[in-house]
Write a protein that binds this ligand. Sequence first.
Ligand SMILES: NC(=O)c1ccc[n+]([C@@H]2O[C@H](COP(=O)([O-])OP(=O)(O)OC[C@H]3O[C@@H](n4cnc5c(N)ncnc54)[C@H](OP(=O)(O)O)[C@@H]3O)[C@@H](O)[C@H]2O)c1
Length: 298
Amino acid sequence: MNDNIETKNLRLIFIGAGNIAQSIVKGLLNCSYLNSKQIFVYAPTERNSQIFRDLGCHFTTNVQNVISFETTESNLHFLLFICVKPNIAKQSEFLSMFNEILLKKSNENFLIVSVMAGITLEWIESNLTIENRSNFRDNLVRIMPNTAIEINMGTIGVYWKSSKSSTTNDLLIKKLSELLNQLGKSIKLDNEEQLHSIIGVAGSGIAFILTMIQGMIDGGVSVGLSRNLSRDLVIQTFIGAAKMIEKTGTNPIQLRENVCSPAGTTIAGVEILEQNALNGTIIQAVKKSAERSKELSK
Ligand SMILES: NC(=O)c1ccc[n+]([C@@H]2O[C@H](COP(=O)([O-])OP(=O)(O)OC[C@H]3O[C@@H](n4cnc5c(N)ncnc54)[C@H](OP(=O)(O)O)[C@@H]3O)[C@@H](O)[C@H]2O)c1
């Protein structure tokens, strides 16, 4: 057996065609990692069909088409992305459809990649009706991306149970990691609980950063800049700050101290941030988001 899966032999099936499925597909096509014809998307309605058809992907509202997709070639490897809301995944109609796909595809090399927040691998495994479902444990992976994957700048937490994996699964996991790294930075987590933290810092966290960016843009406008100019300046300032931390390895507070000259302009602004407990507020936001993720997984 080859010690690599060729990208041309990959097939991606998406169950759900919403925001996150679109972000993953657009990110992968942006960087030409694979061909759009290798992607098959299923959703119950045509609501998002045109988006995928315009991208050149297969789209269907008929689950039988998913089952019959590429059944003739033997050397293919399938990644089955579950991109539906957790409440949908818990419905019996969804579970029977999902199990039907698995039953028909179980002879093929495949991984199930769940993007759903708050749905554990144990829950997925316990809802497989397929015979010998414990054999499927090694085929289950959870990922937690944020929407920046669409521009290949995402943050993606990845977790799978490393038990008695077969060589084929090892190769598929390696291939999945390669694929996810096209979408940004993927980080293998040691335990599933860490996915809650990833949601707080990156999945939902991107929305906290966007809120700060909005505040800075509004600040620029309030001191007389045009909105466009303020926007450009703020974007570059955020990129510059993040890159400085990354490239120098210096912690953010040290970098902040470096620009706070005595009785200067920066410390005057920092004082306002501290008076309003910005740091503590952000910590609370991250904690709340991670807690909410835990609540949803119960
Ligand atoms: N959005 C994010 O930033 C983000 C980040 C990380 C993880 N996630 C996770 O990704 C998952 C999807 O989120 P989303 O934002 O992409 O949701 P979304 O935009 O609402 O899309 C949900 C998709 O599920 C489809 N769907 C509904 N019922 C279905 C069924 N019975 N069978 C198959 N598909 C069905 C919908 O079909 P129609 O198109 O026909 O309505 C829609 O395409 C969630 O579990 C969420 O936790 C999201």
